[in-house]
Design a protein around this ligand. Structure first.
Ligand code: SF4
Length: 496
């Protein structure tokens, strides 16, 4: 069964957004963090002369890969096995969790260190591990903050973006029993380092996600900024990687394109400080045993739909979140899924075959900012509209929209209906007119008017104005003709 974290039980976006909007501190934190990343991204994108060519190349590579996904996945599998790795295929989240838990149990591991693995948030692996008596430790700093705070990630790249430094300090003081902890970034980084270093040196099983799976070499690539990932990938005796099937790219050379785009789009850096690439196992160097779990969990359903397939092109850079005026107000929790922002609004409903998260395609102003910044040129606004269309076809559109559209369809069904609708609207709105604008409309329109001015309806529609104008013009031109016949216009009446 396809399960996307706990998205199926999440409240609809409008309700969750209302709660988020009431949290002034959260909005301030999100706005500040996204502003900083946007500023850095703008500088490094600007200085890259072939940025648009890189975006085009990335889009083409992804489109090609998705068209031949089965071929490249099998190529990856064969090359990974040849290099000493083992490959498992998981149809859904529960199957992926079962594979990971049974491997760790087989190795008699009771703890595991984890890095860069949003896909394991999708499957809720930590719950499955804890239920089986295995303690998971997140080692990416932001993921550690989320784990220690029993919180949920709110951003694809910076999962603890909703927290400010003071909140993180209070959390560390509590969770690490460090009441004397200083407030400087260096103090917090030092506390996290000490906390994690002990785990890196003790725990013998590692777990990671993947930014890219490279078909022609069977390699896995993880990019990160802290170096914790490098520790997690190299120190343990055994390593498991969980990756969505869309993470595969055809060749090692393709990394040239994606590594330039990803770092600049995600964190505004020219290159990620740590780019770990490994291929199977090597005696005396790194983990002795290496397994990859390839996860479907609804991805092949998305793949089958040509109109929205490019959703799977995403390289999880988070640039669309930072650019989105909706995300920048609400933060990520309101999306009710590990995938938030514009990409979450198209990915989460599709992975769940539009059975859950149906409000998300409406969580957008369709301004197009997401498309402008997306390094792989996913046309998110177009997919949002397409998904809204599918929801309407399935009879799943929001009630207010269905009523509104039915009323609009009736009003536009003919000139007489349109004229009657206009007359009725004009009559109904007259009590609310003041100084040429409408005030104090009832129901949902009252909310709408809180932040907008709406002009009063004109006394006649264009069609009525046009209809009334012609008799006026005709009568004006016949009086002019009559005047000229009486000699008022020498040219028109020139018979000489
Ligand atoms: S949709 Fe594009 S901009 Fe958004 S996270 Fe994915 S790759 Fe980045």
């Amino acid at each position: 069964m396809i399960r996307l974290s706990d998205a199926a039980a999440a409240p609809p976006f409008p309700a969750a957004a209302k709660d988020a909007l009431a949290n002034a501190q959260l909005r301030k934190n999100v706005r500040h963090a996204t502003n900083v990343i946007r500023g850095k991204r703008a500088i490094v994108v600007h200085e890259t002369p072939d940025w648009e060519a890189l975006r085009d190349a990335a889009h083409e590579i992804k489109e090609h890969t998705l068209r031949y996904l089965d071929v490249y996945l099998e190529q990856f599998e064969a090359n990974c096995i040849r290099a000493g790795g083992r490959v498992h295929w998981a149809r859904d989240a529960d199957e992926a969790n079962r594979i990971v838990v049974s491997l760790l149990q087989e190795w008699r591991e009771q703890e595991v260190i984890k890095v860069k693995t949003m896909t394991s948030d999708e499957t809720r692996l930590n719950d499955a591990l804890t239920d089986s008596g295995i303690a998971p430790y997140e080692t990416d700093l932001a993921d550690l903050i989320v784990q220690l705070g029993h919180d949920r990630p709110s951003h694809i790249v910076v999962p603890a973006l909703h927290k400010n430094r003071a909140e993180i300090r209070a959390l560390f003081q509590r969770a690490m029993a460090r009441p004397d902890l200083g407030a400087e970034p260096a103090d917090l980084a030092d506390a996290a380092r000490r906390f994690l270093r002990e785990k890196f040196l003790r725990v013998t099983a590692g777990f990671s996600g993947a930014n890219f799976l490279i078909a022609d070499t069977g390699s896995v690539c993880v990019v990160e900024s802290e170096g914790n990932g490098r520790m997690c990938l190299t120190l343990p005796k055994r390593l498991i990687t969980l990756a969505g099937i869309e993470k595969v790219i055809p060749s090692f050379a393709d990394l040239e394109v994606f590594l330039q785009l990803l770092a600049r789009s995600a964190t505004g850096e020219r290159m990620n400080p740590y780019n770990s690439i490994w291929t199977g196992t090597t005696a005396g160097d790194g983990p002795e045993e290496f397994h990859v779990v390839l996860l479907d969990n609804g991805r092949t359903t998305v793949l089958a739909d040509e109109a929205s397939r490019e959703t799977l092109d995403c390289i999880r850079c988070g640039a669309c979140l930072n650019a989105c005026p909706v995300y920048r107000q609400t933060g990520g929790h309101a999306y009710g899924s590990v995938y938030s922002g514009p990409i979450g609004a198209i990915l989460s409903p599709q992975l769940q075959s539009l059975q859950h998260s149906q409000s998300l395609p409406y969580a957008s102003s369709l301004c197009g900012a997401c498309y402008e910044v997306c390094p792989v040129k996913i046309n998110i606004p177009e997919i949002l509209i397409y998904l809204r269309h599918r929801l309407v076809e399935d009879g799943q559109a929001p009630l207010a929209e269905r009523i509104g559209m039915k009323a609009a369809a009736a009003a536009f069904s003919g000139p007489a209906m349109l004229s009657a609708a206009h007359g009725a609207a004009r009559l109904a709105s007259r009590p609310f007119e003041r100084d040429g604008t409408l005030h104090g409309l009832p129901g949902p329109l009252a909310e709408w008017l809180k932040t907008r001015d709406m002009p009063a309806l004109p006394p006649e529609s264009f069609r009525q104005w046009w209809g009334n104008r012609r008799p006026r013009e005709e009568s004006e031109s016949s009086s002019a003709a009559a005047r000229s016949e009486r000699g008022g216009n020498p040219r028109a009446g020139d018979k000489r």
